[in-house]
Design a protein around this ligand. Structure first.
Ligand SMILES: Nc1ncnc2c1ncn2[C@@H]1O[C@H](COP(=O)(O)OP(=O)(O)OP(=O)(O)O)[C@@H](O)[C@H]1O
Length: 320
């Protein structure tokens, strides 16, 4: 559904250039529900805005379904936004009209496109659990209910892809959980691909996969373990070491992978680099099964020894 390769986004202001995405690679399968996680300024919104057709990439590849986001004309971009993608923001004021009812709000984008479908609008509001609130004005709804109206609106053009930027950011945790459950149901029942950008680690429990973005690049990926795998201990090393905010509970349920791009580049977590005293360059050794990364100050036999110990299962934490 989504394929980004070497994606670059540069923001130019008068005297400064900010490289928000530095050659990012990411693939999302059709029908997947996944989350993108990362610190403030890591490039999450830049990526989501590109995928939503709200902003143009500077270079690289970004393909969503049949659409090539780098090569689209203005007219194609409008058509893409109208037919393929639905957007949900944390601040849902961006796509809600306060003095209209919930139902009128959902019908509005349909009207603009000349395709009003009251039955479908009602069906969407029922799907987000608001059948009893359809006739209420937005000002009469709670923040969580308004967010559910925003989800119904995002689905009003029957999109194949829904992009949600911090959808649980401004609601309490119980409402946040409800919203994620709605996403999951829509994903299962309607087959919509869902990409959620968040700081919120509890989202990870509700999605199939989490991709971390660091400095404008995908760095680490966590895939939800199958139940039987989760019962086994020790798979995937010690994920909590590199998890954002070290959430051990999350680590127990997900298997961690480092993202390696087509030309073999990967990101080593800063904590590991500091621990190993690596700055600027490192030495690499391949023992036939694993690649070991060490500081240039470490004699190469030492890396070999560590490798030997590890493959015998007696070593400590992994270095590479
Ligand atoms: N319109 C813009 N003009 C200039 N720089 C920008 C613009 N939008 C984003 N940036 C810069 O690009 C980088 C990535 O920003 P982005 O908003 O994508 O990060 P983010 O991960 O979504 O952060 P947050 O979680 O705080 O929203 C930051 O350094 C930011 O300052």
């Amino acid at each position: 559904m989504i394929h980004c390769e070497g994606l670059v986004k540069i923001f130019k202001t008068d005297d400064i250039e900010v490289v928000a995405l530095q050659g990012l690679n990411m693939t999302v399968e059709q029908g997947e529900m996944m989350a993108i996680i990362g610190n403030s300024g890591s490039g999450k919104s830049s990526l989501l805005n590109i995928l939503g057709g709200l902003d143009r990439p500077s270079a690289g590849q970004a393909v969503v379904g049949k659409w090539n986001l780098l090569k689209m004309t203005k007219e194609q971009l409008i058509e893409y936004k109208r037919t393929t993608v639905g957007f949900i923001w944390q601040n849902n004021g961006r796509n809600l009209v306060p003095y209209l009812t919930a139902l009128q709000n959902v019908e509005l984008p349909m009207l603009i496109q000349g395709k009003r479908d009251r039955a479908y609008a009602k069906q969407l509001l029922a799907a987000v659990g608001l059948e009893h609130r359809m006739g209420n004005r937005l000002t009469q709804l709670s923040g969580g209910e308004q967010q559910r109206v925003a989800i119904a609106i995002a689905l009003s053009n029957r999109p194949q892809l829904v992009l949600a930027d911090e959808p649980t950011g401004s609601v309490d945790s119980a409402t946040g959980e409800q919203i994620l459950d709605i996403f999951r149901r829509l994903n299962r029942e309607m087959g919509v691909t869902i990409v959620i950008v968040t700081h919120d680690l509890s989202v990870a429990d509700k999605v199939d996969r989490v991709v971390a973005i660091r400095d404008g690049l995908t760095s680490t990926e966590w895939v939800k373990r199958k139940l039987e795998d989760a019962a086994l201990s020790g798979i995937g090393g010690n994920p909590t070491e590199t998890l954002p905010e070290s959430d051990a509970r999350f680590g127990e349920r997900h298997e961690e992978f480092v993202v390696v791009d087509r030309v073999g580049r990967l990101q080593i977590p800063k904590a590991f680099l500091d621990e190993m005293n690596i700055a600027g360059k490192a030495v690499l050794e391949f023992d036939g099964k694993r690649v070991w990364i060490g500081s240039p100050d470490l004699p190469s036999e030492a890396i070999g020894e560590i490798g030997g110990e590890r493959s015998n299962g007696t070593g400590g934490d992994e270095a590479g």
